[in-house]
Design a binder for this molecule. Structure first.
Ligand SMILES: *[C@@H]1O[C@H](CO)[C@@H](O)[C@H](O)[C@H]1NC(C)=O
Ligand SMILES: *[C@@H]1O[C@H](CO)[C@@H](O)[C@H](O)[C@H]1NC(C)=O
Ligand SMILES: *[C@@H]1O[C@H](CO)[C@@H](O)[C@H](O)[C@H]1NC(C)=O
Length: 282
C-alpha cells in the first residue's frame, strides 16, 4: 500500500506522456502493462517485482570541490568560481541503473523558487556559459525524474529539498578540517588517510575522484556517496552501486571524466582561487 501511494501521484503526473508513449513501439508493452496494473488495482510491490517501475535500488550523491572544478574541464577557460562559492557543492543525486524514466516532466524556475538562494549557494553552475537554473533543470530531467518514483522526491521541489538536506548531512568540509585535512598547494594527501576520515559518515564504499592537471598532478575534485532507496548510507545491491561512466552528468560535456584517486599516488586538495581558478597552485 505504501508503494502504491507513491506510485499514484507519478502516474497522474505523467499520464499525458504515458498516453503519448503508448504510441511508441519500444515502450508499448511495459507502459501498457503498468496501465493495466493501474486499472486492475495491483499493489505497488507487484509492480516492483515486474520491474516496470522504479527499478533502481541505489543512488549516488555526488559532491564536487570547486578548487579543482576547472581542472576537470577539457576547456579550462569555461569555468568561473563566484566569490560566494567557498565550499563543497552539489553535483547531483543519481539513481543507478534507472531505465525508462520519462523524459516528459519539465521543470520551471517557479518550481524551486523558494530554494533559489540555497541552491545558488550549494548547487551553483561553475560554467560561464551555463546559468545555475539550467544546471538544475538538466539534473532534474536526467536524474530527478527517475528518482521521482519515490514519494519523498516526487516533484522538483521535493527532489531539490532532499538534495540540500543531504548536502547538510554530509558536511565534508568540517569532517576534513577536524582531521587536519585542509586545502593546500604544498601538501598532498594519501587516499587511505582521507578515506579513513570520511568512511564513518559516507560509508565504506564512497569514492574519492581525481583529475590529472596539466602538470601531471592528481587533484581531488569529487566524492561519490552511494545511498539506498531510503537514503541511508551504503547500498548492498551488488553491482548497482558500481560507478559507471554513464552516470556522468550532462552539463560537463567538455570535461574529462575523472577517475578514482589512485591509492599509490598522493593527491592534492587545492584551495579555491576565485581570481585565477584555473591556476590555484601555479
Ligand atoms: C563550509 O560549510 C560548512 C558547513 O557546511 C561550514 O562549517 C564551513 O565553515 C564552510 N567553509 C567555508 C570555507 O565557508
Ligand atoms: C534502508 O534500506 C536498507 C537497505 O534496503 C535497509 O537495510 C535499512 O534497514 C533501511 N533503513 C530504514 C531506516 O528504513
Ligand atoms: C565541447 O565539446 C563539444 C563536443 O562534445 C565540441 O563540439 C566543442 O567544440 C567543445 N567546446 C570547447 C570550448 O571545447
Amino acid at each position: 500500500m505504501e508503494m502504491w501511494s507513491s506510485v499514484l501521484p507519478l502516474l497522474v503526473a505523467v499520464s499525458p506522456a504515458v498516453l503519448f508513449l503508448l504510441q511508441l513501439p519500444d515502450y508499448t508493452s511495459t507502459q501498457e502493462g503498468v496501465w493495466q496494473d493501474y486499472k486492475h488495482g495491483l499493489q505497488g510491490s507487484e509492480l516492483n517485482d515486474k520491474k516496470h517501475f522504479c527499478s533502481w535500488k541505489c543512488l549516488l550523491f555526488t559532491l564536487q570541490w570547486p578548487g579543482a572544478f576547472c581542472q576537470s574541464l577539457d576547456e579550462e577557460t569555461l569555468c568561473r568560481i563566484p566569490q560566494s562559492v567557498n565550499n563543497w557543492t552539489i553535483h547531483g543525486l543519481w539513481p543507478q541503473k534507472a531505465w525508462r524514466c520519462c523524459t516528459c516532466w519539465p521543470m520551471f524556475e517557479s518550481d524551486v523558487q523558494e530554494l533559489d538562494a540555497e541552491l545558488k549557494e550549494h548547487w551553483p553552475s561553475l560554467l560561464k556559459t551555463q546559468p545555475s537554473f539550467h544546471f538544475w533543470k538538466q539534473e532534474w530531467e536526467k536524474h530527478g525524474v527517475c528518482a521521482a518514483c519515490v514519494e519523498g522526491m516526487n516533484s522538483p521541489l521535493r527532489y531539490f529539498q532532499i538534495c540540500l538536506k543531504l548536502r547538510g548531512q554530509f558536511d565534508i568540509h568540517k569532517l576534513l578540517e577536524d582531521a587536519g585535512i585542509t586545502p593546500s598547494c604544498e601538501r598532498p594527501y594519501k587516499l587511505v588517510e582521507v578515506h579513513q576520515v570520511l568512511a564513518p559518515r559516507l560509508g565504506d564504499k564512497h569514492e574519492i575522484q581525481c583529475v590529472t592537471d596539466n602538470k601531471g598532478r592528481e587533484v581531488w575534485f569529487q566524492v561519490k556517496i552511494p545511498l539506498s532507496h531510503n537514503l541511508t548510507v551504503g547500498c548492498d545491491h551488488h553491482g548497482d552501486a558500481d560507478l559507471d561512466p554513464a552516470t556522468w552528468s550532462g552539463p560537463r560535456q567538455n570535461s574529462s571524466h575523472g577517475h578514482p584517486c589512485p591509492p599509490e599516488v598522493p593527491f592534492y586538495y587545492f584551495p579555491i582561487d576565485h581570481q585565477d581558478p584555473q591556476r590555484p597552485c601555479g
